[in-house]
Structures are given as C-alpha cells and as structure tokens.
Ligand binder design. Sequence first.
Ligand code: AP5
Ligand code: ZN
Length: 215
Amino acid sequence: MRLILLGPPGAGKGTQAKRLVEQHGVPQLSTGDMLRSAVANQTDVGKRAKSIMDAGELVPDEVVNQIVSDRIEEPDCANGFILDGFPRTLKQADALAEILEGKGLNLDRVVEMQVDDDALVHRITGRFTCKSCGALYHETDMPPQKEGVCDVCGSTEFVRREDDNEQTVRKRLRAYYKDTSPLIGYYHAKGSLARVDGMKEIDTVTRSIEAAIKG
Ligand code: AP5
Ligand code: ZN
C-alpha cells in the first residue's frame, strides 16, 4: 500500500500513520521526524533545516526530495509506505511522481484530513510526546492515564517540539494554505484524493481512512 496523508499541522497525520503501520505492516515516512532526527544528529541537512523549522517555514524542496528518494530505496519500503508530511509543495508532488514512475509504481490513495484552524492550534499547543517511545499525548484531551508516566513504556520523561507554540503554529498554517493546499486539486485531478473528517474521534478517523483505502 502506498498512501499519502495530507493535512495541516495537527490534523492527526502522525497519530493515524502510527495506527496504519500496525494494521498494514508498511513503514511511516514522516519528513518532519526525519528532519528532526537530522537536527538532533547535527548533520549538514539538520544544520540547514533547524532555523527554518523553528520559524515554521518549509525546508527547501531539493533537500526534502533527496531525503524521501533515499528513504524509499530502503528494503522496508518494498511493499509500500505511508507518507506523513510529504509532499508539501507541487514541486515535491512532481518529484514523488517521478520517483514512483521510475519504479513502475502507483499511489493507492491520497487522504486529506480536514480539521478547523482553532482545533489545530488547540491540539498542537497542548501536544507532548514520550521521550523514549514517541507516544503522543495532549495535556487536556489525552493525558497519560497515570500523571507523568507514559502509558506505553513507563518512562517519566516527556518532550515538546520547539515549533509547537501558537505563533509558530500560525506560521505553519499559513505555509500549509499557501504551498500545500494546492495539492488537494492536484490529486483530485488524478482521481486519487479521498477526504476524511479529521474533527471526529481518533478511532472514527481511523475507520474513515481504512474505508477510503478500500475505496
Ligand atoms: P511535521 O513534523 O510534518 O509537522 P506538521 O505537518 O506541522 O504536522 P504535525 O506533526 O504537527 O501534526 P500531525 O498532523 O502529525 O498531528 P498529530 O498526529 O501529531 O513538520 C514539521 C516541520 O518540518 C515543518 O514545519 C517544516 O519546517 C518541516 N518539514 C516537514 N516536512 C516537510 C516537507 N515535506 N517539505 C518542507 N518542509 C518540511 O496530532 C496533533 C495532536 O492532536 C496530538 O496531541 C494528538 O494527540 C491530537 N489528535 C490527533 N488526532 C486527534 C483527533 N482526531 N481528535 C483530537 N485530538 C487529536
Ligand atoms: Zn513511552
């Protein structure tokens, strides 16, 4: 299965991608996670990307296209993948089409997750993750069952993303509407777009995405 999860920051792409990974046995390719790992490891790409990400802007297409094209070559992508946060510009969508065409592969579905702006800001400004296992939480909507302890791995250390403050979220949203939303028309014209209501509960959204995949 080759799937794109398309949607603004906080739409739930990462949350849903992790569920689909378990269900379908294909990897989640999150360009945001890959870039954050490059920043943490202080690679050349990471050094270039850090200030751009902290400002809520988009990392240059050629940098991101290269990362994805290398990642798709890895053996665990042979049976498919879930793209989370890529493509984000028309140039990235063209680059992806070229990569897939070169391999004789198609995209199965592009799922657009629709969520109101105010809900996006609320979700992101309350988000934190477990430092050890990456489990996602929200301070008011989805706190760990036992305060301060990760439900999944028992760790007591949590982290927040540098770009998860209201001012930067608003900039990320502007980047989404300007550069990424044109992809909705692009994939609609190709007949691969499905829309789901991302305002619903997490389980309901998962079921809608599964239905969209079956088509
Ligand atoms: P990236 O890491 O991709 O961030 P993003 O797109 O802004 O998306 P998020 O990870 O913030 O949100 P999400 O949709 O995954 O939501 P989540 O599931 O976590 O990108 C970060 C930066 O990297 C970019 O700004 C850019 O600089 C750079 N970058 C990355 N890719 C790039 C590219 N292709 N080109 C150029 N630059 C690139 O959920 C959010 C919260 O909501 C959580 O707390 C969760 O618990 C909660 N939640 C989820 N679903 C629901 C629900 N249904 N109901 C209630 N709460 C929910
Ligand atoms: Zn954990």
